[in-house]
Structures are given as C-alpha cells and as structure tokens.
Design a protein around this ligand. Structure first.
Ligand SMILES: [Mg+2]
Length: 398
C-alpha cells in the first residue's frame, strides 16, 4: 500500500505577498487586515485572486471584480499578483520537499505530491511526521500549509482540502466511505461546473451517489470520462507521483491557477516565467526545440492545445515567449482557464539554420545574450539579472 502526502499552501498568493511585504520592511501583515490580491486595478478586468480572512468575513469572494469587493469592504487594500515571487516561493518549497523524499511532483504553484511509501521505516508514525513537517514549514518559511495523507494522489488531494488552514488530514482507503462519500459531488476532484450540473440532473448529489451510479448511465453522458469519475468517487487512483513524460522526448511546464482566469494579461504573465523556465531547461540540456505548444485546461477540465513548428529550432526564451503568446491568441477560446502551460518537443542538438544570413545573425546574437545571462544567473542567482523585457509590463491591455 502506497502512502502519499499532498501539501497545499494555505492562501498561497496572499500569504506569499504578505511575507514579501514584511521582508521589505512593511509593518502591516496583510493577512490580518481586509486585503486582496487582485488583477491590475486600472484595468476593467481586475478580479479578486486571493483574499485575507478578514476580507472573506466581509463577504469578499474569489473571482469577483475589485469594484464589487470594494463595495462590500470600503477599506479594502488591493495588492497586485507577483508571479515571479510565487514561482520563487514555489521552488523553495519544492527544494525543501526534495530533502524529505526524492519522489516529489509539483501539481501547481502551491501544491506538491510527495510519495512517502516506505518512509514508515524512517518515521514510524507518518501522521506525526506530517504534523512536524507542517510546523517546520511554518518556522522556516513563515506560512501555513494543509497536508493530506492517503494511499493515492486523489485521496491525498481530497484530504488536504477538508478543513483549512494549518491542518493535517488522512483519507486512507478505509476512510473513503465515512469521510468522502457524504460530500456533495461537486467537491470531488475533476468535477467541474458543467459535470456537476449534469450529475445533479441525474439525481447524483453526493460522492456516494456517484460511487454507486450505473456505469452505463454515466457512460452515456460522460463517454470515457465516466470511468475516471466512477473510480475517483470510489477513491481509486493508480497514477504515480512524478513526471509522466518520457525523458528527453519533451519538456513541459504547467500550472494550475489559483482561480479560473479570463484575463489574458494574467495568462501571459504566467507564460512569461514558464517560457523562461523552458528556455533555461533547454539550454541546460543543450537542446533546441522545433515545436512549441500551448496547453490549456478550462474550468470544466476540458484540455486543449495548439502547437507551432518553428522555422529555426530554438532555446531562446524570448522566441519561446513570443511564439507561445501568438499561440495563446490563436487557440484560447476565452473560456475560464484553470491550467496553462508550455510544452516543447522535436529536439535537436544542433541549431540548424534555414533562413537568411541576416536573421541568423540576429538569432546568434540572441543566443549569445542568453548564454551570458545564464552564466550570470548561475553566478549571482536568478533574481539578480533579467532581460529588460522581463522586468516591465508594457502597460497595454491585450
Ligand atoms: Mg493552496
């Protein structure tokens, strides 16, 4: 029997921004005042991405407009999302998990799965160990997490969601009936808005109802997804902790967003540091990618993607970023996005140039700049130097 931990940072964006402000000398902990993390307030689409407990008490909800949040809470403080910071905090936590077990999967910017199977020989009581880990994270990094412990990833994820913040919960196979089955069906992982609507129409209201539902009925409405639904409702999930891709066949990075996002600028911001990360991985491995793809998942867990073949294989962040933005423009259906990412494939070891000498020269120059940047980052850390285009926003709403 496997043992999996799912660790989820409580109110990640707000907590991380709070810590960053305190580190910069602020005397106010925004976790303790009416505060939200929001999109750019000067833009029409500014929405609440995360809220402090005080703001929550005053009725502010995630994804509502800043305008309506301010009406509920006139002294509300609004802080911009800082994805660069979040990514850094995420990496720091991921590195910490790697000191505990080598099998860690980053599920989103603030969530990881840890495969703890066999660790009971090292830590006799894994529940006590999780409590200790939660305290250590608080001590070391200054924020709280929830930890779910279970025999698979699905149940671990469900468990970490039970009661927040700062809690450890178990959902072992033997506890599925008592702890998970009574929950409303929309609380099951992967059950989005449109799925739950159909389920309720079919008279399936709790996870237990779904667990015992007629498989043929489910199949009629949900096709192949029916099997997943039924398995999940029964607490069954065999997926391993770790990367799914075969090594070196492709490099990808995805992020589950904290709330469904319809703001293109915010999506591009996430793509910006993902492009940076992908470019860095390619250069580290000495690869050039010929194909760049955007990965999108909407709020109903429908995945779609679009790819483009480049004329010249690349490992240059700027080229990857520009390509991925063009792909976003083409592919995005303007639906609420839950997960976004980049995948690069078709690797070559050589940068084979096919177009004019003049463009080659530009490319070579970019490559040289990138190489120098990588070396500087390696020496002085990632935060020290960034291409200017990565520092400022163009201010235009796209
Ligand atoms: Mg979280």
């Amino acid at each position: 029997m496997r043992v999996i931990f799912h660790v989820d940072v409580n109110n990640a964006f707000l907590s991380w921004t709070a810590l960053d402000l305190l580190r910069q000398g602020s005397t106010v902990d925004i976790r303790k005042i009416p505060a939200v993390i929001g999109g750019d307030e000067t833009k029409r689409h500014g929405i609440v991405v995360a809220k402090s407990p005080v703001a929550k008490k005053m009725g502010v909800v995630t994804a509502e407009t800043l305008y309506s949040a301010r009406k509920k809470c006139p002294n509300l403080k609004v802080f911009p999302a800082n994805h660069e910071l979040y990514h850094r905090m995420s990496n720091q936590l991921y590195e910490y998990f790697l000191t505990i077990t080598p099998v860690v999967e980053r599920f989103s910017v603030d969530e990881c799965f840890l495969d703890m199977t066999g660790m009971e020989y090292l830590h006799k009581d894994l529940y006590a160990f999780a409590l200790q880990m939660k305290e250590e994270i608080k001590q070391k990094f200054g924020y709280t997490v929830n930890i779910g412990i279970a025999n698979n990833k699905l149940c671990a994820k469900m468990a970490s969601d039970f009661e927040k913040p700062d809690k450890v919960h178990t959902l072992f196979q033997s506890e599925v009936a008592s702890k998970m089955w009574p929950l409303p069906v929309e609380e099951l992982f992967m059950v989005g808005k449109s799925t739950s609507k159909i389920l309720h129409q079919l008279g399936i209201h709790t996870i237990h109802d779904l667990a015992i539902a007629d498989p043929l009925l489910l199949k009629r409405y949900f096709k192949s997804f029916a099997i997943t639904l039924k398995n999940y409702a029964n607490g069954i999930d065999d997926s391993p902790v770790g990367k799914k891709e075969a090594k070196n066949k492709s490099i990808s990075t995805t992020e589950t967003l904290p709330t469904d996002v319809t703001d293109k600028k915010m999506l591009k911001e996430v793509l910006r540091y993902q492009a940076d990360e992908i470019g860095h991985s390619l250069r580290k491995e000495g690869y050039y990618a010929k194909t760049v793809a955007i990965i999108l998942r909407n709020s109903d867990f429908i995945d779609y993607s679009k790819q483009r073949k480049l004329v010249n294989p690349t490992n240059v962040t700027k080229v990857i970023y520009e390509t991925i933005c063009a792909l976003l423009d083409q592919a995005w259906k303007k639906d609420p996005i839950r997960l976004i990412g980049i995948r690069v494939t078709d690797f070559t070891k050589e940068n084979i140039k096919q177009i004019s000498l003049f463009e080659d020269a530009i490319d070579d120059q970019q490559e040289q700049v990138q190489k120098t940047l990588d070396e500087l980052q390696m020496k002085f850390g990632k935060e020290v130097i960034k291409p200017a285009s990565f520092l400022k926003h163009d201010g235009k709403e796209q």
